[in-house]
Structure formats: structure tokens, C-alpha cells
Design a protein around this ligand. Structure first.
Ligand code: 13P
Length: 323
């Protein structure tokens, strides 16, 4: 039995390598309209399309951003959006040497038959959506599913999460998009770090089992785990993640900006088999958003704040951040 390789095989490997290039990482700016609304409310702005556009224009036009940022994850609205000056956001990113990405999952819903756990929707119509996103300029994708420790996890929930990620990854690659594989193990609950380690090992084992079963090219994926303690996280990744995976892009998950940078820097003190980098939303954007405050006269200062965090994380990717 032979399986047809994705016609995008070479391109996928190249895209993944570009995103995982030394001293660079991902700017996650794929907040849904609801989440973006919460961010805007924190600076007293209404959740209108114009305000979302103004904020996203500020982010993507920060001068020289591409020196530190290799990819930007967008919400669907932004993939089709223009800047306030009428330039396509995707084109601005490409000019900055930043690869545009797209969040493709449709969110979590209750998983019937489980212990109040959830599963991630979005496989229906994913192939045609992915083809359209590629046409629009996207070259990578994100799908976030979660595994909850306090509620189990049940064998069913782990299997569903892993299988869903694997189907999404195969469909993405078939349409030229590098899939970011993200099984987020929720940190809330009373359990200790050993229990977390045990669950994470099980989850990653199943994820890679189903990725292989779905003929996913490991050289053409990226991973997005949550980080706990640097040495614990690395120990776990070494046990379960094949070295052919080009990049591991951590989310910031509510850590402070500096904490997220320090933790990334700690993980890059010794050589790793993969590029260990960032895919931060809050840890890149928090100060930037506050500095902007919705006022046009603050745009330059806000962009400077974004560049400061981007540069700090770029240094941390190289293990050279000194504070
Ligand atoms: P945080 O860094 O805020 O956890 O978000 C990560 C992310 O990738 C959202 O897409």
C-alpha cells in the first residue's frame, strides 16, 4: 500500500524551517472577535471592526518586526482584512518577511460520553477552507485542543484530542499549510507536576501515534505545548518528541512578559534537537496594548513596546537574554 505524499511536501518543510529560523518566533494575534473585545475593553475601546483593524494594523506595521518574528497567527477576519491605509494585512506581513498563519479550529464543545470533558470542532469543511486560506496567503495553521487533568483525563478524551489533531494536521499538509499541533494540557487543578508529566507523556504518545497513522510528515509540523518548569518541560519533550520535528513554539499562557522570556531563555541554555521558541500572544502584546490605549499619537510608542518584547524573546530563543 503506498500513500500519495502531499504535493506540497517540499514547500511544507521549507515553510516550517523558515518559521523555526534562529532568533525568531511567532506573534500570536489570532484572538477571536470575543477575546479581542476583552482586550479592547481593557483600554476602554469598543469592540468594533474599525478598532480591531486599528490595533492589528499597529501590530503588523511595527518597523523591523520581521527581524524577530517569523510567523503571525491570524484570526479569519484578519486574513481578509486591510490595514487602515488599505493595504492587505497579509501583504504587509510578507513584506516584513513574516509568514501569515491562520487559526482553523472552531472551538471546544462538551464531549458526550466523557467526564465533563471537551473536544475540538472544525474538521467539517476543513479541506476547502484550508485551500481558500492558502489562496489568501496563509502558509501555516493552528488548531488548539485541550486535555483537562481534574476531569480525568478519560482515555476517550485523550484519544479524541489526538485523533482530531492528526486529522487536522493531515488535511492542513494536503493543502499546503504547516499545522501547529497544540494539545494544551490545562494547568488548573490541584494535581502536582508529576501527575502533569504522566498525563503529558500519554497525550504526546497518542498524538504521535495518530500523526503517523495519518501519514503526517513530521518535518512539516510545528508543536505548541504549554511550558511549566524549563527542565521538566525539556525532559518531557525529549522523551516523546522526535528530533525531526523542526520547531517547538511555546505559548505564554498567562505568564508575565518577563517570566515568559526568562523561561524560554532557560530552555535554550543547552542545545536542543529542535528549535525551541515562542508563539506568544499576551507576553508580546500586553505592554504594547496598554501603551497604545487607543490613541493615534501613541502608535509609535506602542510599536516600540512590541519590538522590545519581540527582541527580548528573540535573544531568549538564542539563549542570550540577560534582562
Ligand atoms: P498566550 O501566549 O497568550 O498564551 O497565547 C498563545 C496563543 O498562541 C494564542 O493563539
Amino acid at each position: 500500500l503506498t500513500v500519495r505524499a502531499s504535493s506540497y511536501a517540499d514547500e511544507l518543510v521549507k515553510t516550517a524551517k523558515t518559521i523555526a529560523s534562529p532568533g525568531r518566533g511567532i506573534l500570536a494575534m489570532d484572538e477571536s472577535n470575543a477575546t479581542c473585545g476583552k482586550r479592547l475593553a481593557s483600554i476602554g475601546l469598543e469592540n468594533t471592526e474599525a478598532n480591531r483593524q486599528a490595533y492589528r494594523t499597529l501590530l503588523v506595521t511595527a518597523p523591523g518586526l520581521g527581524q524577530y518574528i517569523s510567523g503571525a497567527i491570524l484570526f479569519e477576519e484578519t486574513l481578509y482584512q486591510s490595514t487602515v491605509d488599505g493595504k492587505k494585512i497579509v501583504d504587509v506581513l510578507i513584506e516584513q518577511n513574516i509568514v501569515p498563519g491562520i487559526k482553523v479550529d472552531k472551538g471546544l464543545v462538551p464531549l458526550a460520553g466523557s467526564n465533563d470533558e471537551s473536544w475540538c470542532q472544525g474538521l467539517d469543511g476543513l479541506a476547502s477552507r484550508s485551500a481558500a486560506y492558502y489562496q489568501q496567503g496563509a502558509r501555516f495553521a493552528k488548531w488548539r485542543t485541550v486535555v483537562s487533568i481534574p476531569n480525568g483525563p478519560s482515555a476517550l478524551a485523550v484519544k479524541e484530542a489526538a485523533w482530531g489533531l492528526a486529522r487536522y494536521a493531515a488535511i492542513s499538509q494536503d493543502n499546503g499549510l504547516v499545522p501547529i499541533v497544540e494539545p494544551e494540557i490545562l494547568l488548573d487543578g490541584e494535581h502536582n507536576i508529576d501527575r502533569n508529566f504522566e498525563v503529558a507523556q500519554k497525550v504526546w504518545a497518542e498524538v504521535f501515534f495518530y500523526l503517523s497513522e495519518n501519514n503526517v510528515t513530521f518535518e512539516g509540523i510545528l508543536l505548541k505545548p504549554s511550558m511549566q518548569v524549563a527542565d521538566y518541560t525539556l525532559k518531557l519533550l525529549r522523551k516523546r518528541i522526535p528530533p525531526s520535528v523542526p520547531g517547538i513554539m511555546f505559548l505564554s499562557g498567562g505568564q508575565s512578559e518577563v517570566e515568559a522570556t526568562l523561561n524560554l531563555n532557560a530552555m535554550n541554555q543547552a542545545p536542543n534537537p529542535w528549535h525551541v521558541s515562542f508563539s506568544y500572544a499576551r507576553a508580546l502584546q500586553n505592554t504594547c496594548l496598554k501603551t497604545w490605549g487607543g490613541l493615534p499619537e501613541n502608535v509609535a510608542a506602542a510599536q516600540e513596546a512590541l519590538l522590545i518584547r519581540a527582541k527580548a524573546n528573540s535573544l531568549a530563543q538564542l539563549g542570550k537574554y540577560t534582562g
